[in-house]
Design a protein around this ligand. Structure first.
Ligand SMILES: *[C@@H]1O[C@H](CO)[C@@H](O)[C@H](O)[C@H]1NC(C)=O
Ligand SMILES: *[C@@H]1O[C@H](CO)[C@@H](O)[C@H](O)[C@H]1NC(C)=O
Ligand SMILES: *[C@@H]1O[C@H](CO)[C@@H](O)[C@H](O)[C@H]1NC(C)=O
Length: 633
């Protein structure tokens, strides 16, 4: 019982399952479909994705998705040709391409009857193409009533059964042969809450290969016989067939996703997370205590100096630079724009996590996570503009309009250019993963039509509120900076300060990267939110601490260093991404490599902006606090 509750929490669906089990109230898209006897049950087909097979040492071999009806696969098509299904923005952006299918299934009808769907001719060229995809472990992704078709597997560590989404196009269990699966045993699990109401609660598929004479009548009862191996030198006939079994289940509709959302070895997951949280919190507490004690001692020492003493007391440490700390840093424009864009991203991530934590992003709403992120990003344009312009004014910048313009356009343009470039690679690889033109246009409208104007409005209010007042004045003549130790240089700030936040997150990072690149579902939002909180806390503490040391060394150019110290974990993220590549991926094609590096780079840059902003703003706040506490003669 406790375990189940804990799991709910980890999955972030606590709120949702509470609602769905206790009250007959459902969120949009989360309402059950009640089927009646004989009602058609539609099967939808999604893109083919490379799959990480259950084996722990398995490696992902490609990153490219293919449309189900890509002509080279020669799957059976529905009458009148495939029709694409309406999808949400996030679902399209994350690569879903959903079409209808020729599978003619009706509720509780034709139980266990063998059906031939169609016979297809596969020419030699395409046979080669299909065999390559089989060797790369491609999987078919079907959807029935919002549920993905899955293969039932057993977690060898716990002996629990779970549903692994997607099922294999073929297998290469026998070395050097690619066996094509052309027969699907479809098991549909239904639940009957009241008489004459049937709900689908599970979709399992056992794909098998039935070779022999493909023009003969299909016999499901007969032993399987030889597998089907496509000949790469001549044309092949392939008979696609299926058999549906209806099986009653006592899983209620509200918990039908539980089987799918299997967490491998949750104990290790918990242990590592708790471990890193404890270490990091301990570190933060220790660091803040040391900092508080030293700083308050410094402050009382500065303030209690008797002016009339014989011994002329010199100022020392950070107090020496009180006339310099608020001097305009180099390139205040770029810094403030980055902080503005970073705040916009921070707001987006924060709100999305809250949504996810309360279970609003039900897995039945495909792509809801990405949709919510896009909408939040758009609506928080005002936050970005406001913070950017206020930071810019506080840093002593004067070109307000330029600042407002750059804040609204820099990041979207950059992300666009990057995604467009990666799209070109996908297109040349014949993949369906490329973002369609219409969607591209829609996103342009969303960003440049809504986000940019909101950002301009934010900038307007930001510049109206103007600069933040500083507790100490800036000296007219800059002080000389003594040589600073190596470990306080900007590059050292980036590398050293980044270790702690990265250390707090790297357990979770493995799961995030797996879900991003190996199309594994990610639903452990409870873990994610905890980790994000710890990372934010660590980033802020580390940047403040680092800046304190910088100021003590009489180096007053702390602004960029604080941002870099905050963003430093992005460098580690990038390095970890390379390690992940080495350990979990064997990318065969050049396009896959470019795609991986491109998305990893994009991810690191966005993370750099987010944590850099946290570091900078936290440091700004504490520097103001620090210098307003001392008495300047
Ligand atoms: C689908 O199945 C129903 C009944 O099982 C049958 O009457 C109908 O003709 C089938 N349609 C096609 C296109 O096979
Ligand atoms: C899982 O099942 C196998 C065979 O039934 C058994 O040998 C093994 O001990 C079981 N493992 C656990 C963790 O229960
Ligand atoms: C379908 O056939 C299987 C196997 O014979 C049986 O277990 C199941 O109860 C049948 N389902 C229905 C709805 O008749």
């Amino acid at each position: 019982m406790a375990a189940a509750t804990a799991r709910r929490f980890l999955l972030g669906g606590a709120f949702l399952s509470l609602l769905t089990s206790s009250y007959a109230f459902y969120l949009p898209g989360a309402a059950p479909h009640d089927y009646h006897l004989g009602e058609p049950v539609k099967v939808f087909v999604n893109t083919l994705t490379p799959m990480l097979t259950g084996n722990e040492h398995a490696k992902l071999k490609s990153l490219i998705n293919y449309d189900y009806y890509n002509p080279r696969f020669h799957f059976c098509e529905p009458e009148g040709g495939p029709r694409s299904e309406p999808e949400s923005l996030g679902s399209i952006l994350f690569g879903d391409r959903i079409f209808n299918s020729p599978y003619n299934i009706s509720m509780l009808e034709s139980n266990m009857t063998c059906q031939t769907l169609c016979r297809q001719q596969v020419p030699a060229d395409d046979a080669k193409f299909i065999n390559e995809r089989i060797r790369e472990d491609y999987a078919l992704n079907w959807l029935v009533d919002g549920l993905p078709a899955a293969e039932m597997k057993i977690d060898l560590k716990t002996n629990d059964t779970f549903y692994d989404m997607g099922f294999n196009l073929g297998n290469d269990d026998i070395p050097d042969t690619a066996i094509l699966h052309n027969h699907y045993e479809i098991v549909l699990k239904y639940h009957q809450p009241t008489p004459d109401v049937y709900r689908i609660v599970g979709v399992l598929i056992w794909p098998t290969s039935r070779g022999g004479d493909q023009n003969a009548e299909l016999d499901c009862i007969a032993p399987e016989g030889p597998p089907l191996i496509l000949d790469e030198d001549s044309s092949n006939t392939v008979r696609y067939s299926f058999r549906v079994t209806w099986s009653e289940s006592d899983t209620p509709w509200a918990t039908r996703w539980d089987n799918y959302l299997h967490i491998f070895d949750p104990r290790i997951h918990w242990f590592s997370l708790v471990n890193s949280i404890v270490i990091v919190i301990f570190l933060c507490v220790m660091v803040s205590m040391i900092l508080l004690r030293t700083v308050s001692r410094d402050i009382s020492r500065y303030n209690n100096l008797d002016v009339g003493d014989d011994v002329v007391q010199e100022d020392w440490g950070w107090k020496l630079v009180h006339g310099e700390v608020f001097r305009t840093p180099s390139n205040p424009m770029l810094l403030s724009v980055m902080v503005g864009n970073g705040s916009q991203l921070c707001a987006m991530v924060g709100v999305t996590l809250v949504f996810a934590l309360f279970g609003f992003l039900s897995p039945s709403n495909r792509g809801s996570l990405a949709t919510v992120m896009m909408i939040c990003w758009t609506l928080f344009g005002g936050v970005g503009g406001y913070i950017s312009s206020r930071v810019y004014a506080s840093l002593g910048g004067t070109e307000k309009r330029k600042n407002s313009f750059i804040t609204a356009t820099l990041l979207p343009t950059f992300v666009f250019a990057m995604v467009f470039f990666l799209d070109l690679f996908l297109l040349t690889a014949g993949s369906s993963g490329a973002v369609p033109f219409g969607t591209f246009l829609f996103v342009v409208v969303l960003w440049f039509g809504i986000s940019a104007p909101l950002s301009a409005v934010g900038s307007f209010f930001g510049s109206k509120h103007g600069a933040i007042t500083h507790p100490v004045r800036v000296n007219p003549i800059p002080r000389q900076i003594p040589p600073t130790p190596r470990y306080l240089q900007p590059w050292a700030a980036t590398l050293l300060a980044g270790i702690l936040p990265f250390g707090a997150a790297f357990v979770e990072l493995y799961f995030i990267l797996s879900s991003l690149f190996a199309s594994r579902a990610y639903y452990a939002f409870g873990f994610l939110a905890l980790t994000a909180g710890v990372v934010a806390l660590t980033t802020a503490t580390v940047s403040i601490l680092f800046t304190y040391f910088v100021l003590c060394a009489e180096e007053y150019r702390w602004h960029w260093r604080a941002f870099l110290a905050g963003g430093g974990s992005a460098v580690w993220l990038f390095a970890y991404g390379i390690f992940f590549w080495a350990s979990r991926l064997t990318l065969g094609s050049f396009s896959s490599v470019i795609l991986y590096m491109g998305y990893l780079m994009l991810l690191s840059i966005l993370q750099f902006l987010i944590t850099g902003t946290i570091g900078f703003l936290a440091t700004y706040w504490s520097v103001r606090r620090l210098y307003s506490a001392i008495r300047i003669d």
